[in-house]
Write a protein that binds this ligand. Structure first.
Ligand code: ADP
Length: 397
């Protein structure tokens, strides 16, 4: 009979479930949305029929309902042998994935003040899965863990040092699972080993971050204490002058309001006044909507500046890598970004770029480029499945 492994990713009102087999092949996936509201619903990937959920369904109800449907439809027969959870913040406690027990859960709770919106939701998913499968080993895989190798010069803010000592104020970085996957996959494609591979990895989805990876290890990254710092994103501003808080306080805008604006109403959405969706923005720009064209230009310019900044932490570079929904699919963003990097020797081949490097191992650089430029689809779920399987197997031997 088949052996299954679950990967669970809980957002504030959503739950994603992926089912892998013991060879880490994805067998099925499902998504529940609008949880805890009147119009909660779910869907199994590949099926037209929505899965009915009761009004106000919780993460636990969604999970148990989806598992029942997957079993009823014979998409899976057995309970999982391991469950992996995506957890956003592991603070300085977690440098790698961890097997979940009461002690590790308490340690995750201790990190909650660093990610007050995400941690309770991640813990809700963990509790639900533990109640449903009390004897199955469960593993937490942290978005921050890969960046715990940052040196102090990269992770400390130039603030009074007591802020770090007393309140753990520092740069943590996020999207670590994706950046980790990038260096594994780039190394494989370049015929190298990850520990001898140095890349700059740009993860461009709704959230965007860029990481310098030196010999397989994260040495600098653009996101900070929170995922707000760094690049321009879908609805997040990325870097702004911290003096903005005082200036806008003088205009009657509270820190709470400004935080909401910087996270939810800025970035591509704020600049274009239309949408946070890059594909729609490109369409608008093609039809002559100037604010959308400008939003894309600012996005690419900031990204290019950060590529330059990431070079500072490296002594050699094996590839600049693009990933995430935008990085994988937008030839325009890659082209506009690399056009700012000519002095550093990056050059893109238009045809390869338009084809997203398909049939070419992801390579989109031109013959004269000083460095390879790769397009690599991310696969965070696979990393979570691999890590969970490894730790669960170790725990039972
Ligand atoms: P998330 O961070 O939520 O996982 P994704 O990685 O799926 O998001 O990225 C979503 C972004 O990718 C959106 O801005 C979307 O418009 C963009 N995107 C997807 N396909 C394309 C495309 N063909 N061209 C430009 N942007 C695209």
């Amino acid at each position: 009979m088949d052996a299954n492994l679950f990967v669970i990713n809980c957002g504030s009102s959503s739950l994603k479930l992926a089912v892998f087999d013991d060879q880490h092949r994805k067998r099925a996936s499902a998504l529940a949305e609008r949880l805890n509201s009147n119009d909660a619903f779910a869907r199994i990937a590949g099926s037209e029929q929505p899965v009915p959920l009761p009004s106000g369904a919780s993460h636990e109800t969604a999970l148990s309902t989806l598992i029942k449907v997957l079993k009823d439809q014979r998409i899976m027969a057995n309970d999982p042998f391991a469950i992996g959870h995506r957890v956003v913040h592991g603070g300085e406690t977690f440098r790698e994935a961890a097997l979940l027990d009461d002690e590790t859960i308490a340690a995750i709770e201790d990190c909650a003040s660093l990610a007050p919106l995400h941690t309770p939701v991640n813990l809700a998913g963990i509790s639900a899965a533990r109640r449903l499968f009390p004897s199955v080993p469960q593993v937490a895989v942290f978005d921050t863990a890969f960046h715990q190798t940052l040196p102090p010069k990269a992770f400390l803010y130039a603030l009074p040092e007591s802020y770090y000592r007393d309140w753990a104020v520092r740069r943590y970085g996020f999207h670590g699972t994706s950046h980790y996957f990038m260096v594994q996959e780039a190394a494989r494609r370049l015929g190298r080993t990850p520990v001898t591979t140095s890349i700059i990895s740009a993860h461009l989805g709704n959230g965007c971050s860029i990481t310098a990876i030196r010999n397989g290890i994260s040495v600098d990254t653009s996101m900070g204490l929170t995922p707000l710092e760094g690049l321009v994103m879908g609805t997040r501003s990325g870097d702004v002058d911290p003096g903005l808080f005082d200036f806008l306080a003088g205009k009657g805008i509270s820190a709470e309001e400004l935080n909401e604006v910087l996270n939810k109403q800025s970035g591509l959405l704020g600049l274009s006044g239309q949408t946070n969706d890059m594909r729609s923005l490109c369409d608008l720009a093609d039809r002559g909507h100037e604010p959308s064209a400008l939003a894309i230009e600012i996005f690419c310019f900031r990204l290019a500046k950060y590529v330059g900044a990431m070079m500072v932490s490296l002594t050699s570079l094996d590839a600049l890598v693009f990933t995430g929904g935008i990085g994988e699919n937008s030839a325009r963003v890659r082209q506009q970004t690399v056009s700012h990097l000519q002095l550093m020797g990056f050059q893109i081949d238009t045809e390869l770029n338009e084809a997203h490097g398909a049939h070419n191992q992801g390579h989109v650089e031109s013959g004269g480029s000083r460095f390879p430029v790769l397009v690599i689809p991310t696969n965070e779920e696979l990393v979570i499945a691999q890590e969970s399987s490894r730790l669960a197997t170790n725990s039972s031997t």
